[in-house]
Ligand binder design. Sequence first.
Ligand code: PCA
Length: 321
Amino acid sequence: MKTVISAVFAATMMFATTAGAESWDMPTPYPDGNFHTQNIRQFVEDVKTATNGALTINVHSGGALVKATEIKRAVQSGQVQIGETLLSSLGNEDAVFAFDSIPGLVSNYASAEKLWHAAEGAVKKHLEEQGLVLLYSVPWPPQGVYAKSELKALADLKGSKFRTYNPATARFAEILGASPVTVQAAEVPQAFKTGVVDAMITSGATGVDSQAWDYVDYYYDLQAFLPQNMVFVSKDVFDGLSEETRSALVKAAAAAEERGWKTSAELNDGYKRTMAEHGIHVEAPSDAMSKELAGIGETMTSEWVEKAGPDGAAIIDAYRK
Ligand code: PCA
């Protein structure tokens, strides 16, 4: 007992003398029940424990402190120290960040992980150039199409008002001849109920978070791509940490990334079951849909490589190797 107490005391002293106690604010876009948010809560617990309270992180979920679209800027400007965002939401400012939103390039967790390893170095480098450090990244479950009525083909979405959440989903809608309407996850039920949108592409996780059975009847499990969230910190803040705190943070982040990938994969089927139990027709894509998806994928892959330049081409090459 005595040794345990003195070890804890020594560790506390170490943090106390090198860094002092720090308290950070962490805005995140998605609701409390979401698996990304829950993973973040475990991450901040781990950081607190590993640093003996020298670093505490206060999570503000659901866009409550900072709106989803403003989180990156809030970290860059020093308004907050750390945050979470959808990586591909930054696709307009730098296409490299949208490597994960090309339909048809990957359709499952194994290929998504391979793509992430091919892209990770470039994503980190591009973030660092903007004064940000990537801590970890976790994918949403594979993306499928939600519709109010039955679809035989994706072409049936022509003329629909299609909810989008990043530049790639807007392009997807445009290729289908639908009208893209940007709606944040929190506003999805309202947007359907008021007729602002009548279809969308997203994961089963967001379908369940937003109780999709209240506003749609069909889900087509396209497995079109697996977009990733990222947790990132200001480089200035990160560099100012003591070495002990920094390494505790990095270690907890690595654990969160591993746990998040596993949880996302484990929960995927359950989301579809939950939707089916609530009366949504959960269907595999028709042959027509699979062909259409492959065609859209070819178009969007070449468009992406053109925009993302040499770093983009290197990501695709490394992935296909
Ligand atoms: N859910 C988020 C992004 C991708 C996903 O599966 C959303 O719909 O906003």
